[in-house]
Design a protein around this ligand. Structure first.
Ligand code: 9WO
Length: 251
């Protein structure tokens, strides 16, 4: 799959794409990322990419014309009609289901806005999908674009050494992930020794699986009761799950 990123800050992307388990997906071209520095499509001595807003007010607006030229260059390299994504808190919240959908598609063109915003005429003409990380404001769309690329890259076949990692992820089964423990078996701290939950050392695989399921259920019930309701509505809770939930102390 291919992603074309239109940005004023292409140098933010390269170091991130070269790190961690997702590096292989980017370096092999499994997730082929092309960066399009918007400044390359600016004209005139000053290579302007922004200007003051008509009607007055604070801040600057990203100009439509350099964006039109950048997008034409992208579309000249790929004529597959891949959707143009813009990142904004007013967009659809990115969730694991959306990542799964996009991970099996052709990719997208990612527009990273800066300043106060992008000239609305460009957005109206070209944006297919607005995506949000949540109800907060950033100074640009680059971090949301990287978040999307990271979430999609780690879903590519072969990126995570053990495919069971995906099944364990929070949200893949609609519940929050269980806690994880590793060596040492007893951690010395200033507040005293902290042992690992004994069941994890028991070698009893069914008991471990049940304990992890119950940890997920308890954490989800306390922090995200909406996810419990959704899992119940989707028929994803067993009768053992329901019995466990019923005996939890009230929040
Ligand atoms: C900013 C904004 C703030 C409140 C309500 C709606 C809004 N839309 C935008 C917007 O589109 N901003 C552009 C992209 C230009 C300024 C920097 N941008 C941005 C994107 N800031 N914050 C985001 C963002 C994107 C996804 N998830 C969280 C924040």
């Amino acid at each position: 799959m291919r992603f074309d990123v239109i940005t004023l800050f292409p140098e933010l992307f390269a170091p991130f794409l070269a790190q961690g388990v997702t590096r292989r997906a980017f370096e092999s071209g499994q997730v082929d990322v092309h960066l399009w520095p918007l400044r390359d499509h600016a004209e005139g001595n000053y290579r302007r990419v922004d200007d003051r807003p008509f009607g007055g007010g604070p801040g600057m607006v990203m100009l439509a014309e350099p964006l039109e030229r950048a997008l034409a260059a992208v579309r000249g390299q790929r004529a597959d009609g891949a959707p143009l994504v813009h990142f904004s808190p007013t967009g659809r919240r990115i969730d694991q289901a959306l990542l799964r959908e996009m991970a099996s598609g052709p990719g997208a063109v990612l527009l990273c806005g800066r300043y106060e915003g992008v000239d609305q005429r460009f957005l109206d003409r070209h944006v297919d999908l607005e995506l949000s990380l949540g109800d907060f404001v950033l100074s640009g769309g680059e971090l949301p674009a990287l978040a999307l690329l990271d979430g999609i890259a780690r879903l590519q076949p072969g990126v995570l050494a053990d495919p069971r990692s995906h099944e364990q992820d929070s949200f893949e089964d609609g519940l929050l992930d269980c806690p994880h423990f590793s060596r040492p078996e007893v951690l010395d701290t200033a507040d005293g020794p902290l042992p690992v939950p004994p069941v994890l050392l028991s070698g009893h695989h069914a008991a471990i699986a049940r304990w992890r399921r119950e940890q997920s259920l308890a954490l989800t019930a306390r922090r995200r009761p909406d996810l419990i309701a959704a899992a119940r509505a989707a028929g994803r809770l067993s009768s053992a799950d329901e019995r466990y939930l019923a005996q939890l102390p009230p929040a």
